[in-house]
Design a binder for this molecule. Structure first.
Ligand code: EPU
Length: 593
């Protein structure tokens, strides 16, 4: 059933060499269930891939890669007008489109030529030439890895959006697509010809184009712009077209170049073609190593033969920086970065007053060592191509400037005390081109609503932080497929959250942790935990209490944070700790590979 150390390069369209520690394929739900019940499934990080057309493996995958071989397309006629085409996830998408055309079913012809497998069409809500999969998806049948049962989601329940669905958020990692039911029209005449180049084609043809003619024309347009997957590796569009507020587009972007095109989405938002921005930022054909901005369509990063994942990552970084500098907008990758390494930056390692304390003349507050400057506590976690901020302290502005922070994908809040949320207003630069997801518990959100009511009203004054509040509870949740487990710890009498991400956990402001929550912290490689000072405190752990937790959990390495001035100089703290326990300092970077 399982293959070990499997080369999975050919299962990705980028063609960058990559191996998986474990690999398994299944041709039926029965086979999937036996994989699901195996020890290999239970004890490893699991990644389910489709046609691999939207993935960039940053390093070899240290877990189990699953791939569906489920085949079959079935037709059910609904009435005289429409029919359902039910396609299994492992079918090639282009074979499905061809089948629909052969059956005289209209609806997916504009999606001809898209690489990948049918299952991904629902996850990614694939789109091209004026049509998105969501326009024709009726429902999606999935295997639920939480219950071990199959479940059917209606179109609405899938919460489709531009290149997005719930399968990329809370459903990621949990649901595996088995079959998709498409509701198509019984007609051989094409119906979506509004997209620019298609209009000319229809006009020049002299008759109403058939679905077959339209699909052929689309494949012609695609071939003229996009690399042929059989010859040049790529993942199609590397970036999403940014959606920005009309206000930002007019005020910030048009001021820099009055020719920037846009497509209206609604009253308040426009979509800007990223390919245009990249080309006009002067990056057409730009190369780093074997990776190149594809000259015929700048939205694509091409593997010109020997690109490494580092070349692609460096090039994407360079594109983001150059476009941001020229046009003030931050491009977001459309491609999923599969990067199991984690880099943690301690942005602030101090308690609520920070160190130095205002008006204090003690030797720690007077110390000139940068290791003894402790801003209010927060951390940045980089993994899977995401930048996650844990808490926005009142010192966030200077922390972001010190770290040259340009991208935040989500903010996780531990609790609503001022020293952890006082910097929320300074998140504005990260909300300018869309709402920033903010993960909070319900009571914390309600408290924030009182403290910062102007950020959480229905109608926001232009320019205040635009935050997309996502209410969480004790259950694990997913951010773009990344599993985050809240850890319920007690800050004196107040329950607050720490977070576990992979083999890393961040706990601040805890005094006690229950046995049940300790179980969620087993097997860590790195634990960051608060230790206010040596003396006991009613709501925070002191050093000996934090060391007891570390002794019980036995992470490979542990770091103490949230210090006040009383604890002494950094060099003194370090001397008193076991070899695998270290004091944090502002700017400390910790890496887990
Ligand atoms: N443009 C440039 N330079 C470029 C590329 C584009 O100036 O290098 C301009 C074009 O002239 C046009 C505008 O940008 O005015 C839009 O370009 P295009 O019509 O090629 O579409 P796109 O927005 O760049 C999107 C999808 C493609 C899809 C096409 C056609 C995304 C991220 N990409 O690209 O999807 O094929 O529309 O519908 O939305 C994919 O997802 O892998 C993919 C290829």
């Amino acid at each position: 059933m399982f293959q070990y150390n499997k080369d999975i390069t050919s299962l990705t369209t980028f063609g960058i060499p990559v191996k998986a520690k474990l690999f398994a394929e299944y041709s039926s739900v029965k086979e999937l269930i036996s994989i699901y019940r195996s020890e290999e499934f239970r004890n490893n990080e699991v990644l389910h891939i489709g046609g691999g057309s939207n993935l960039l493996f940053v390093n070899d995958f240290d877990g189990l890669v699953l791939h569906s071989l489920m085949k079959g397309i079935v037709r059910y006629d609904k009435d005289d007008v429409s029919a359902y085409a039910i396609v299994s996830a492992g079918e090639k998408w282009s074979d499905f489109v061809e089948w629909c055309i052969g059956e005289g079913l209209q609806g997916v012809e504009n999606l001809a030529g898209i690489p990948g497998e049918a299952g991904a069409s629902a996850v990614q809500n694939v789109g091209a030439y004026g049509v998105e999969a969501k326009d024709v998806i009726h429902n999606v049948e999935c295997f639920d890895t939480l219950t071990g049962e199959t479940v059917i989601f209606t179109n609405e329940q899938c919460r489709f959006a531009y290149r997005d669905s719930m399968f990329k958020h809370e459903g990621k990692g949990r649901y595996y697509v088995l079959r998709i039911s498409y509701k198509l029209r019984k007609s051989t005449v094409a119906a979506n010809l509004e997209y620019g180049p298609l209009k000319n084609f229809a006009e020049n043809l002299g008759h109403a184009p058939s679905i077959k003619e339209t699909a052929e024309e689309i494949i012609k347009i695609r071939n003229s712009k996009l690399p042929d997957p059989a010859e040049i590796g790529s993942a199609g569009s590397f970036f999403k077209n940014p959606i920005v507020s009309t206000y930002f587009y007019k005020e910030e972007m048009l001021g820099r170049d009055p020719d920037i095109p846009c497509y209206k989405i609604d009253e308040h938002r426009v979509k800007v073609p990223a390919g245009w921005l990249i080309e006009h930022a002067g990056l057409k054909g730009y190369k780093i190593g074997g990776a190149q901005v594809y000259p015929k369509q700048c939205l694509v990063i091409a593997n010109m033969g020997d690109a490494t994942s580092e070349d692609v990552t460096d090039l994407s970084r360079h594109i983001i920086d150059t476009v941001r500098e020229k046009y003030a907008v931050a491009l977001r990758p459309e491609v999923n970065f599969i990067d199991t390494s984690i880099e943690i930056t301690i942005l602030g390692s101090g308690t609520s007053k920070g160190v130095p304390e205002v008006s204090c003349a003690c030797r720690v507050c007077r110390s000139e060592s940068p290791f003894d400057k402790r801003q209010r506590a927060s951390a940045l976690v980089k993994t899977h191509g995401l930048n996650l901020l844990i808490d926005a302290s009142p010192d966030f502005r200077s922390q972001a400037l010190n770290q040259d922070l340009y991208q935040i994908d989500a903010v996780l809040i531990t609790h609503s005390h001022y020293d952890h949320v006082g910097g929320i207003d300074d998140l504005r630069p990260f909300c300018a081109d869309g709402a920033l997801p903010l993960y909070v518990r319900k009571d914390v959100y309600e408290d924030l609503g009182k403290r910062l009511d102007y950020c959480f009203r229905d109608h926001l004054y232009p320019g205040v932080p635009a935050l997309d509040r996502i209410i969480i509870d004790d259950s694990p949740f997913f951010i773009n497929g990344l599993k985050v487990t809240p850890i319920n710890v007690m800050h004196g009498k107040l329950p607050i959250f720490g977070y576990r991400i992979g083999d890393f956990a961040y706990i601040t402001d805890a005094k006690t942790i229950s046995d049940e929550e300790m179980e969620k912290l087993e097997g860590l490689k790195v634990l960051v935990i608060n230790a206010l000072r040596y003396r006991e405190h009613f709501a925070h752990m002191c050093v000996s209490e934090a060391l007891q937790i570390i002794e019980r959990l036995k992470p490979k390495e542990a770091y103490l944070t949230h210090f006040n001035h009383e604890i002494g100089l950094h060099t003194e703290i370090e001397k008193g700790l076991p070899p695998h326990v270290h004091p944090c300092y502002d700017g400390l970077k910790i890496r887990i590979n």
